[in-house]
Write a protein that binds this ligand. Structure first.
Ligand code: GLY
Length: 380
C-alpha cells in the first residue's frame, strides 16, 4: 500500500471492515473480493467523469460492461422501486451468496446498494468506493444502509458493514458546489462531536471555504478547491472520529447517537421540503438542524455561546443555511414522531452539544424551542 495512505480497521458485529484512504485506494479492491469477479453498481456521473480510473479498477475483469449497472444517485434513488430493479439485475447476473457487490458513488448510492447487498441471498460480500465528501466522511463508514419510504427518510435499512471502503480524495475535484456543501455539513458535524482541533482548523479556514463555496452556483463545479485546502488530512481525521464511534457502538445504542447531531430536525425538514418547490439537500437540512440545536444548547447554558456562534459562522461560510421556515407546529410534531430516532420507551432522542468535541445524547427538546430558532411558517 502507498505511504500516503491511512488504513483504519473496524470490527463490527464480528465482521471486519477496513477503511482505506489514499491516492488510487480503489486499486486495493482485489484484497476485499474473495471470489472474483465482483459486480459493480456505480453512479453514472462517476462513470462519465472518471473513465480512466474505472478502467484501472476493473482491470482484471472480463465482460465488465455486462457486470456493471449504471445508476443515478440522489434521494429519489433510495426507493423500493430502485431496489427491485437492482434485485432484478442481480438475478440476471446470477450473483450467488459467495459473490461481491462493489458500489461506487455518493451516500445515496452506497445506502441503497448496501441494502441490496445485505438482503440479496441473505447477504453477499460488499465493498464501497465513496466518491463524494459526504460519503467519505460519513455514509460509507459504519454499515448503515437505507431507503426512503412512506414519506419518511431512511425507515427501512440494515446494519451491514462494507468489507472494504476505498476512499480517494482525487474524486472530489469533479463535485458540484452542492455536493461540497453537503459533505462540509457532515465534516463539520464530525469535527464538532469528536475532534475540537479539527473544528478549530475548519473554523480558521472559513475565509478560504467562503471564497470557494460561499457564493458559487449549487450545480456548478468549484475550480481550485481541491488544491486550496488539506482535504486528505481532513477526511482522514473525520473518518477516524467516525471509525472510533462505530467500533464502540455499532448498533447505535449509545455513543454512536452523537453522529445524529443536527439530524433529528434535519430529517424532518428535509422530508417536508421535498413536498414543496424548495427541496433541501441532506447537508442543508443537517446544517439547519445543527445551527438550531447549538442555539438551543447555548440558550440552556449547556454550551458556551461563542462556540454556538463559531458553528453558525462556519456553516454560513460554506454557503449552508442556518435557519428555515418552520412547518406548522402540528405537522412538525407529526413529522418528528415519524422519525427513526424515536424510541417507543423514551420518545424522541435529541443530540445536544455541551461544547465543541463533547456531545450529550438522549436529550429532550420541545417543539416550542425549535420554533424559536426557525422562521415563521410560509403562507399557503
Ligand atoms: N450517519 C450517521 C451514522 O452512521 O450513524
Amino acid at each position: 500500500m502507498r505511504d500516503e495512505s491511512l488504513i483504519l480497521e473496524m470490527m463490527l458485529d464480528h465482521t471486519p471492515s477496513t477503511f482505506v484512504l489514499g491516492p488510487l485506494a480503489g486499486l486495493e479492491l482485489s484484497r476485499f473480493v474473495p471470489n472474483p469477479p465482483p459486480v459493480y453498481i456505480l453512479d453514472q456521473l462517476v462513470a462519465e467523469m472518471h473513465p480512466a480510473w474505472l478502467e484501472q479498477i476493473q482491470n482484471n475483469c472480463t465482460n465488465c460492461e455486462q457486470r456493471t449497472l449504471l445508476v443515478q444517485g440522489g434521494e429519489q434513488f433510495k426507493s423500493l422501486n430502485q431496489l427491485e430493479k437492482i434485485y432484478q439485475w442481480l438475478s440476471e447476473q446470477a450473483l450467488t451468496r459467495d459473490g461481491t457487490i462493489v458500489a461506487i458513488g455518493g451516500g445515496t448510492v452506497l445506502d441503497l446498494v448496501g441494502l441490496a447487498a445485505s438482503t440479496w441471498r441473505r447477504g453477499v460480500n460488499f465493498v464501497s468506493i465513496p466518491t463524494t465528501l459526504l460519503a467519505m466522511v460519513d455514509a460509507s463508514i459504519g454499515g448503515k444502509t437505507a431507503l426512503n419510504t412512506a414519506g419518511i427518510k431512511n425507515p427501512v435499512g440494515s446494519f451491514y458493514p462494507a468489507r472494504g471502503i476505498l476512499a480517494d480524495v482525487g474524486f472530489l475535484g469533479t463535485l458540484t458546489c452542492s455536493d461540497w456543501r453537503n459533505g462540509m455539513a457532515e465534516l463539520v458535524k464530525t469535527a464538532a462531536i469528536g475532534d475540537a482541533v479539527l473544528f478549530a482548523e475548519l473554523h480558521a479556514a472559513r475565509k478560504k471555504l467562503n471564497k470557494t463555496l460561499g457564493h458559487s452556483e449549487a450545480d456548478q463545479p468549484v475550480p481550485g478547491i481541491l488544491g486550496a485546502l488539506p482535504w486528505g488530512d481532513w477526511v482522514g481525521r473525520a473518518a477516524t472520529v467516525k471509525v472510533n464511534l462505530v467500533n464502540r457502538d455499532f448498533k447505535e445504542k449509545g455513543p454512536r447517537k452523537a453522529l445524529n447531531l443536527g439530524h433529528t430536525l434535519g430529517h424532518v425538514l428535509e422530508a417536508h421540503s421535498h413536498q414543496s418547490d424548495k427541496p433541501l439537500s441532506h447537508g442543508q437540512a443537517v446544517a439547519i438542524g445543527m445551527a438550531v440545536v447549538f442555539r438551543i444548547a447555548a440558550e440552556r447554558n449547556l454550551c458556551p455561546v461563542p462556540q454556538a456562534l463559531e458553528m453558525i459562522q462556519l456553516l454560513e461560510a460554506c454557503g449552508l443555511p442556518v435557519t428555515w421556515p418552520a412547518p406548522p407546529v402540528d405537522l412538525l410534531e407529526t413529522l418528528l414522531a415519524g422519525d427513526k430516532i424515536v424510541s417507543a420507551r423514551s420518545g424522541l432522542s435529541w443530540v445536544l452539544p455541551e461544547r465543541i468535541g463533547k456531545i450529550k445524547v438522549d436529550a429532550k427538546v420541545q417543539p416550542a424551542e425549535l420554533l424559536r430558532w426557525l422562521e415563521a411558517p410560509e403562507e399557503g
